[in-house]
Design a protein around this ligand. Sequence first.
Ligand code: ARG
Length: 565
Amino acid sequence: MKIKNRLESIIAQSLHSLSLPNDKVIVSEASKIEFGDYQFNGMMAIAKKMKTNPRELALLVMNNIKDDEMIAKMEVAGAGFINIWLKDNFLSSNINILLNDDRLGVAKSLKTQRVVLDYSSPNMGKQMHVGHLRSTIIGDALGNLFEFLGDEVIRQNHIGDWGTQFGMLIAYLEENKTSSNSSLSDLESFYQNAKKRFAEDEAFANKSRENVVKLQAKEEHALKLWDEFIDTSLHHCEYVYDKLGVNLKREDIRGESFYNDDLPVLLEDLDKLNLLTQSQGASCVFLNENLPPVIVKKSDGAYLYATTDLSALRYRTKQLNASRICYVADSRQAEHFKQIFEVAQKASFVEEQTRLEHIGFGMVMDKSGKPFKSRDGGTVKLIDLLDEAILRAGESIKKRDEYSEVELQNIASIVGIGAVKYADLSLHRESNYMFDWNKMLSFEGNTALYIQYAYARINSILERFDGKLDGNVLIGDELEHRLALMLLRFEDVLLKASLEAMPHVISSYLYDLVTLFMKFYENNPILKDGIQKDVKMSRLILSFATANIIKKALKILGIKVANKI
Ligand code: ARG
């Protein structure tokens, strides 16, 4: 349920009836228990506008608040803050929506917006690298989140499947069709070998260049080889998606090659709009003084990454009718996206209200703070990385309990993949992140395992109870009050995460929720002898609601739970 929103309108109502400004009322969660559950700190700004004393005005506004349902108590504090405590009754009577409803009380947005989500988008000539892992994990979590909140999400896997390097790659593919030592099973070395041939053999280099021309001219044989190459590369990606449990399908692929025929048209259109400037034989679009100009066609006639992105952007607004377009790509591409967005605005490829967002993320580092590489200094193969995660997860859980081989494999995969994903999603995405096996597979701290383990524990409590959950939540102490409130905040958390496109808002919440639950569980025994029946039922319901929220929140992040760990 939207608690924040409701409090904000209650306060706005009071301000309104006192003829005070009430357009931007923002209520935040109190930063300390002493300050209540929520705090309104906008009084000072309003008092300043009205040239009056903020504390006195806050008192007036507080005493004018009309609400019998939610608010238990209010207090004016400090320079004019209004602290708010919610009623136990309000909390307990709403917990039931977390028990039987699949949406856990989260409303579907009434205004469905169409969101294009560009993520993963690896380059076909090479192995996917850890940067693509981040884009894939973050993008997929955001897709789940937007969809759950009611948006229509169109996934676009903008793969790099076009460019001069494919002339060389298909020349090499053709040359080695029959030999197994240069098979496409290792894309990285395939690429390196092709490059070596290109540098060393003039005839091969010429053939590669001819292939580029043939591809441009859509010559059948060249296209067939290219298709074969892309298909094999995609199989590698799909293997990774599958292991990761990511929602990207072949239909979601709209690679760079898709826009190929549109590029000359795009240039003509930019020209008609008087946006093109010729500079040393290249066509450029000049932007405001803070941004370098964008080259859209080189002097040799070639188009660039930016040209394709402009065409894609236009396609997304005009053909796909998106009102929000998100690009989940490395933060180092920030300037590129700023340029593209600005050209698109100048050329009216987007409506004024279209939201264009570059959802940037930091680099993956190793423990010593250097970019993450394999032992021999090359790129880390994602498949190896995921397999290692599963292996290590198996080792660490095996010590704790007896498992059958099948059970162990299943849990190890849930825990291992969960650990890799959660480590990425639990950090502010813009910061660089340190890849650290021990940390990500720890039972303590803000890790997947900490959350998944709590889920499994609650599950075992419910299993031991083995009865029907039927009764009411009776809030008996501060911890229960806070736990119930935390559970009901779920919708507010999802809305914030979606607005800011920040998955870590959800994981921070999960960490706080589980930490609070553990405290509650320590202090408020559930299945011990001598606990009153209705108290026991109330605590079971709170536990069950916690498990439901954990499961749903993790699901949105793309992470599974296990009933036993
Ligand atoms: N293929 C690019 C890379 O690997 C990422 C593409 C991001 N999406 C886009 N529309 N530019 O860096």
